[in-house]
Design a protein around this ligand. Structure first.
Ligand code: COA
Length: 142
């Protein structure tokens, strides 16, 4: 297993978009629009690979000079619960620290709250609906 940065527009990026579509959008009847994907050229894109195969991913979007928002965290269905998500999250936090950021926030799906809590994230605020499912804002100081 190797966690690494992904270049926007690369073959690995295409794999990342396909994984995110399959795991996060298709089950909700949603897709990506091109503007959304183009805007990701500014983001920090992260993938976990076994040789050429992408097993999981996330991305980080700058929301203020000291804060990144973690988005689009997903591990392929057959490999969930084996520690891959935790490794990706830890890699994302290390990149964020290395680049001088002080905090990571996210809109966490209610079903994933326990996963983020295990890595030290705390819920702030009330439940809200996004992409038609319940979410909470979570944050962690790095
Ligand atoms: C949420 C997700 C990214 C977690 O990745 P994962 O590789 O399955 O998680 P890990 O195996 O690294 O789990 C790390 C720890 O969190 C726990 N955990 C994982 N998913 C959990 C969940 N949904 N609820 C509660 N705890 C969870 C694990 O039991 C493990 O605990 P441990 O350290 O005590 O053993 C993955 O399950 C996934 O892609 N889910 C579907 C898409 C999704 O919901 N993405 C999040 C959008 S906000």
């Amino acid at each position: 297993m190797a966690v690494k940065l992904i270049d926007h527009g690369s073959e690995d990026y295409k794999k990342m978009v396909a994984l995110r579509f399959a795991l996060l959008r298709k089950p909700l009847g949603l897709s990506f629009d091109q503007d959304e994907l183009d805007a990701e050229s500014k983001d920090i894109l992260i993938g976990c690979f076994d040789d050429e195969k992408l097993e999981g991913c996330c991305l980080l979007t700058k929301t203020s000079p000291d804060t990144l928002r973690l988005r689009q965290m997903a591990v392929i269905s057959g490999l969930q619960g084996k520690g891959i998500g935790k490794v990706i999250l830890s890699f994302a936090e290390n990149i964020a620290r290395d680049r001088g950021f002080k905090k990571i926030i996210m809109h966490a799906r209610k079903t994933a709250i326990g996963f983020y809590e295990k890595s030290g994230y705390k819920i702030i605020g009330n439940e809200f609906s996004e992409v038609s499912i319940p979410h909470f804002v979570m944050e962690k100081n790095l």
